[in-house]
Design a protein around this ligand. Structure first.
Ligand SMILES: NC(=O)c1ccc[n+]([C@@H]2O[C@H](COP(=O)([O-])OP(=O)(O)OC[C@H]3O[C@@H](n4cnc5c(N)ncnc54)[C@H](OP(=O)(O)O)[C@@H]3O)[C@@H](O)[C@H]2O)c1
Length: 265
């Protein structure tokens, strides 16, 4: 079955990585609202999308702030979106006691508060429009494979992604009779700017899927399943995390993460 076609989409965190790939992977018939903080990169993305035939609006907004979230919600409502992609997010790797409290807070604001605020504000209109038009809306929340278990040295990031995963899984069940498909997208290591921004060591970089692979698989999975873990090895790890005792899983994941990604490693 072909991927669903949406009339109007919001993709957050579209200025790079998975968000940019998701925006580019949507068909030209989908009108796009793309957001991020970096105006230049958003403008470059919008120019490319425009050349590919999209009607596109770029909006620079900081999702760590109430004002930024409100601006995105207002424009998304005005554009009557039927696909919401909560993709913007970031992590910070390293010992918790050495972390910057402001960054810790910003991570929760972007990865959790913005996801909750945008979803709560935009879903009622999306569902009402889908009901009225006899169509289906879509919600994609970008979680992560680290959402399945506690992750020492990635403590706050993994906890925010556990929120994204559980939130989406719960909505998928609660809204099963509504005209909306919900997908928690759980990529493993993906070659984007995430690793550099997270302060992860060099071992993080060569591995993983491309953002284009992740985007294509996500759009194909929407409407077919509530959770997509990208990649067979990642699916195995996520399955193991659900079987092993949590304390053992936390110790194991802390050892693996530190060995692979320690700063300077
Ligand atoms: N790459 C991986 O290995 C991986 C694995 C699992 C899950 N993920 C998740 O995938 C999503 C996309 O990340 P990525 O890999 O594509 O990384 P990326 O290339 O660093 O992109 C992150 C995006 O989030 C936006 N963003 C960050 N902070 C923001 C803020 N305060 N306000 C508004 N936008 C903000 C960035 O925009 P600006 O820079 O313009 O602000 C950028 O467009 C994230 O939720 C991440 O947690 C990534």
């Amino acid at each position: 079955m072909a991927a669903r076609v949406f009339a109007s989409a919001l993709v957050t965190g579209a200025s790079s990585g998975i968000g940019a790939a998701l925006a580019r992977a949507l068909p030209a018939t989908t009108r796009l609202l793309v957001t991020g903080r970096d105006r230049d990169r958003l403008a470059a993305l919008a120019a490319g999308l425009d050349a590919a035939g999209h009607e596109v609006e770029a909006l620079a907004a900081d999702l760590a702030t109430d004002a930024g979230r409100a601006a995105v919600i207002t424009r998304a409502e005005a554009r009557a979106i039927d696909l919401l992609v909560n993709n913007a997010g970031f992590g910070r790797f390293g010992p918790y006691l050495e972390s910057d409290p402001r960054v810790e807070r910003e991570m929760v604001e972007v990865n959790v508060t913005a996801v909750a605020a945008l979803t709560r504000a935009l879903l009622p209109g999306m569902i009402a429009r889908a009901r009225g038009g006899g169509t289906r809306a879509g919600l994609i929340v970008v979680a992560s494979t680290v959402a399945f278990a506690p992750a020492p040295f990635f403590a706050t990031y993994a906890a925010t992604k556990a929120f994204d995963l559980h939130f989406s899984e719960a909505l998928a069940v609660e809204l099963a009779d509504e005209p909306i498909d919900v997908l928690a997208l759980c990529p493993g290591a993906t070659r984007t700017e995430f690793q550099r921004r997270a302060g992860m060591g060099g071992g993080a970089r060569p591995r993983g899927h491309t953002a284009e692979e992740v985007a294509a698989r996500a759009l194909a999975a929407l409407g077919k399943k509530p959770v997509l873990v990208v990649g067979a090895r990642n699916r195995l790890a996520a399955f193991a995390a659900r079987l092993l005792p949590r304390a053992a899983m936390a110790r194991l994941s802390g050892r693996v993460l530190w060995r692979r990604y320690r700063p300077g490693g």
